[in-house]
Design a protein around this ligand. Structure first.
Ligand code: ZN
Length: 169
């Protein structure tokens, strides 16, 4: 089972519509709010929820019809559909939270507390925190991926890429 969760502060109608068309069977849109820590709190709650695989979709990413079927038939624990980079649309972002599946087994081995510990070990104490024990909204992906790499996982790339609306603007 794949739980699809879109974490959104700003609503992008095209991304929401694609979610509804291609992942509606088991998906949730989580409003993250304007605060620096408002993404991490629901993210950590969903991450630590042991039920099924978690497909994270960012607010400006447009799923296509192959995303869920490909992930459902792929045994890898960490799968990503790349999307164009906001800074340079000709390049693809890798290791992003844009459209990425994390299996239940992977999340059981690398808990949100491990992600916080990774950030605490790696990063300057004044950098990337909204509050003690709360990662800032723009400093979640790095600690997540460094935790998974340190736990021995590597990511599996799927094709074709998904659209990234902010990179097209
Ligand atoms: Zn895969």
């Amino acid at each position: 089972m794949i739980r699809t969760v879109m974490f959104a502060f700003t609503m992008f109608p095209e991304a929401f519509d694609a979610l509804r068309r291609h992942a509606w069977a088991d998906c949730e849109v989580v409003y993250t709010g304007p605060g620096d820590g408002d993404y991490w709190r629901p993210f950590a709650r969903h991450w630590d929820n042991p039920d099924g695989d978690l497909l994270v979709v960012e607010q400006d990413v447009v799923l296509h019809e192959q995303v869920v079927p490909q992930l459902e038939s792929c045994p890898e624990p960490w799968c990503e559909f790349p999307h164009p980079n906001r800074e340079d649309i000709r390049s693809m972002m890798q290791m992003s939270l844009g459209c990425t599946r994390f299996s239940a087994a992977l999340r059981a081995r690398a808990r949100s507390s491990d992600i916080l510990e990774r950030a605490r070990l790696d990063d300057h104490p004044a950098h990337g925190w909204a509050a003690p024990g709360v990662l800032r909204w723009d400093h979640i992906d790095g600690p997540v991926f460094r935790t998974l790499l340190a736990t021995g996982y590597s990511w599996h790339e799927h094709q074709p890429p998904v659209r990234h609306l902010t990179a097209e603007a």
